[in-house]
Design a protein around this ligand. Structure first.
Ligand code: HMG
Ligand code: MG
Length: 308
C-alpha cells in the first residue's frame, strides 16, 4: 500500500456526532441514548468527543439536558470531552459539567454570525475574551470554530483573507486549536488548499483542524487536500449524522466510518476501532430512525448481513 510522503502518519479524529450530528434532530433524542452513544464512542477509542453544547435551549432545543449528559457518561481517562460555549453562561455550565475542552464559535461571514449567535464577528470576539480568560484560569482547553470558511448560505462567497482575519482574532484570544469549518459543505479541494495556504503563511499547521460537512460530497477529497497541506486533525460525525439549523439544506459532517476507511487504506493511524465505529453508526441510526449516511458503514453492514 502506497501513501504520499506528504501525508501525516497519524490523524486525530474529533467525533462531533453527539453534538453537531444530533443538534439538528427535530425529535428530542432522549438523554440515555445520547449517553449510550458517547459511551460506545469512548469504548471504540475516539480520543476527542464533542459531547454537549451549553447554548440557549431556545435556539437549539435538542441540546437541552447537556449538563445531564456530561454528568452521566462513563468518562475514560485521556479522552477529551468537548462542549460548545457561546458566552459566560455557557462557560459556567460547561465548567460545572467538568468539560475538558470548550468550543467558542464564530464565523468568517458576518451574516452567518448574526443568524447563529445573534451578534457580529467583532462582538463575538469581545464576548469570548472573558470566556477564554476563565478557561485559561481553570486549566480548560479552548478550541475556536470558524463557520462558513468556504462559503456562506446568506453571503455566498467567502474569501480566504476573511477566514485569516478571524483566525488571527482566535489566535489573539489564545485558542489551543482552531477549526476551519465548511458549514454548508460547498468547498472543493482547491479552495481548501487556498484557505490553508493563506493561514499557514502566519500560523503553525498543528493549530488547525478541518471540519467539513458533506453537502456536496466533497469532504473526503477536502480532507485529503488538507492533509497534503499538513493538517492532521479532522472532525467527523458517526453515520454522517447532522446538518446545520442556520444553513438550510446543509447535510451532516463527513461520516466518521468513511474517513476511517480512507485513513486505514492510507495506513494513517487514528487509534479508533473501525468495526466498532461501523456498529455504532448502525446503532444510532436504527435507534433514532435515520438513514445511515456512511457509505463505508452501509457497505460493511450489508456484507456482514449477507455473510460475504
Ligand atoms: P441571545 O438571544 O442574543 O442571548 O442569544 P441573550 O443573552 O439575550 O439570552 C437569551 C436567552 O437565552 C436568555 O433567557 C438567556 O438566559 C438564555 P431568557 O431570559 O429569555 O429566559 N441564554 C442561555 N441559556 C443557556 N445557555 C446559554 C445561554 N445564553 C443565553 N449559554 C446566544 C445569543 C449566543 C445565547 C444564542 O444565539 C445561542 O445560543 N446560539 C447558539 C447557536 C448554536 O448553538 N448553533 C449551532 C452550533 S454552531 C455550529 O453548529 C457550527 C459548527 O459545527 C461549525 C460549522 O459547521 O460551521 C461549530
Ligand atoms: Mg458543523
Amino acid at each position: 500500500m502506497k501513501s504520499s510522503p506528504n501525508l501525516p502518519k497519524k490523524v486525530k479524529i474529533v467525533e462531533v456526532g453527539p453534538r453537531d450530528g444530533l443538534q439538528n434532530e427535530k425529535e428530542f433524542v432522549p438523554i440515555e441514548i445520547k449517553v449510550e452513544l458517547i459511551n460506545q464512542l469512548s469504548n471504540a477509542g475516539f480520543p476527542n468527543i464533542e459531547a454537549a453544547s451549553f447554548v440557549s435551549p431556545k435556539w437549539i432545543p435538542q441540546m437541552a439536558g447537556s449538563a445531564e449528559v456530561m454528568a452521566t457518561i462513563a468518562r475514560k481517562s485521556g479522552i477529551i470531552y468537548s462542549a460548545l460555549t457561546p458566552n459566560m453562561k455557557g462557560y459556567e455550565d460547561a465548567l460545572a459539567a467538568k468539560t475538558d475542552e470548550i468550543v467558542i464559535f464564530s464565523a468568517a461571514s458576518e451574516v452567518f454570525a448574526q443568524k447563529n449567535i445573534n451578534c457580529s464577528i467583532a462582538e463575538s470576539v469581545e464576548r469570548f475574551i472573558p470566556v477564554v480568560n476563565a478557561a485559561k484560569r481553570d486549566g480548560i482547553r479552548v478550541r475556536g470554530s470558524i463557520s462558513c470558511s468556504f462559503g456562506c448560505p446568506y453571503q455566498g462567497l467567502v474569501e480566504p483573507r476573511q477566514v485569516a482575519e478571524v483566525v488571527k482574532r482566535m489566535m489573539d484570544l489564545g485558542c489551543d486549536e482552531i477549526d476551519i469549518a465548511d458549514t454548508i459543505g460547498v468547498g472543493t479541494p482547491g479552495e481548501v488548499a487556498a484557505v490553508f495556504e493563506e493561514i499557514l503563511a502566519f500560523a503553525p499547521k498543528e493549530l488547525f483542524s478541518g471540519h467539513f460537512h458533506d453537502t456536496y460530497g466533497q469532504s473526503l477529497a477536502n480532507i485529503y487536500a488538507a492533509m497534503e497541506m499538513g493538517i492532521s486533525i479532522f472532525h467527523s460525525s458517526i453515520a454522517g449524522l447532522g446538518g446545520c439549523p442556520y444553513a438550510k439544506g446543509a447535510t451532516g459532517n463527513v461520516a466518521t466510518e468513511d474517513v476511517l476507511y480512507m485513513l486505514k487504506g492510507l495506513s494513517i493511524e487514528t487509534g479508533i476501532d473501525f468495526d466498532a465505529a461501523v456498529n455504532i453508526g448502525e446503532y444510532i441510526t436504527k435507534t433514532i430512525g435515520k438513514p445511515n449516511a456512511s457509505r463505508a458503514g452501509r457497505a460493511i453492514t450489508a456484507k456482514k448481513s449477507t455473510g460475504d
